[in-house]
Design a protein around this ligand. Structure first.
Ligand code: GLP
Length: 271
């Protein structure tokens, strides 16, 4: 996957690009590294500490998924008060850089890097990173194509379509809420919505060969926020995709809302 963003991570590859084999960082090395970063900064202690921790996470000095040392130990080793440290950690948690699990501590958040140059589905993206894709089916219905989908895709009115609404998870972590509408002929009448939609489409004449996709940051309404387990009005990534099969006929009309703090779209653009 390194071709996507060559050289972006100079220190070592982001664990999400190479599976789940994040190297555990030695605590002493981490503290020494944080001290150096703290001393390089100017300004109020709280700000320097936030910057030091942020840059250490961004540079993968502490890998995604790894735990930070316990609060008391970290505060003592860095020579800061626990309340200053806590304020910084709260800021990092609000910015989505770390996750605080009550009773367990603070962990560097996992982010999923998604290259925009390949036509992949959710399952492909997860599996290629060594992550277990999980889907919860919230709705599956066969119906005549809804008028707005017919309008977007040029599918003739009356075409039977399969409407699949799913919650998409990386292991146990909710990543997206997604509604896909595909012609029944693309998945077969006996499709029950389980497994990879694109995998199923591969067996029935093919997943999309070309897509038109738009991405937009939106505020999560109450329903989406509830599904994604974020606070209402949190910024989420709304992705619309229309997929076309090999003969140029539309085979998918999809809309997804991804947690903005868990998903990075990465593009390599050649000039
Ligand atoms: C992504 C796309 C969807 C597509 C899905 C297929 O999430 N945004 O448009 O339907 O992948 O994923 P899977 O094959 O895992 O069902």
């Amino acid at each position: 996957m390194t071709e996507i963003i060559p050289g972006l991570r100079q220190i070592r590859p982001h664990p999400m690009l190479g599976g789940l084999s994040g190297v555990s960082t030695n605590r002493m090395t981490l503290v020494a590294e944080l001290r150096q970063r703290l001393n390089r900064q100017r300004g109020p202690l709280g700000l320097r500490l936030t910057n030091a921790l942020t840059s250490a996470i961004e540079d993968d000095v502490i890998a995604a998924g790894e735990a930070l040392p316990p609060e008391r130990e970290l505060a003592e080793n860095l020579g800061v008060s626990r309340s200053t440290l806590r304020q910084c950690l709260e800021q990092l948690a609000e910015g989505g850089l770390i996750e605080t699990r009550p009773g367990a501590g603070h962990f560097v958040a996992r982010r999923i890097l998604k290259p925009v140059t390949r036509l992949t589905g959710f399952t492909d993206d997860m599996v290629s990173r060594g992550i277990r894709p999980v889907s919860k089916i919230l709705e599956k219905t066969v119906m005549p194509v809804p008028p707005d989908t017919a309008f977007r895709t040029a599918l003739p009115l009356g075409t039977p379509v399969f409407v699949l609404v799913r919650l998409r998870l990386a292991g146990e972590e909710i990543l997206a809420y997604e509604r896909s509408i595909v012609p029944v002929t693309s998945v077969g009448e006996d499709y029950d919505g389980t497994g990879s939609l694109y995998g199923r489409m591969d067996q029935h004449g093919g997943r999309p060969k070309r897509i038109l996709q738009s991405m937009r940051a939106v505020e999560a309404g109450a329903e989406i926020a509830d599904h994604l387990k974020v606070k209402p009005s949190t910024a989420v990534l709304m992705i619309r995709r229309i997929g076309y099969g090999s003969h140029g006929v539309a085979v998918e009309d999809a809309i997804s809302w991804y947690r903005g703090d868990r998903y990075d779209y990465v593009a390599e653009i050649n000039g």
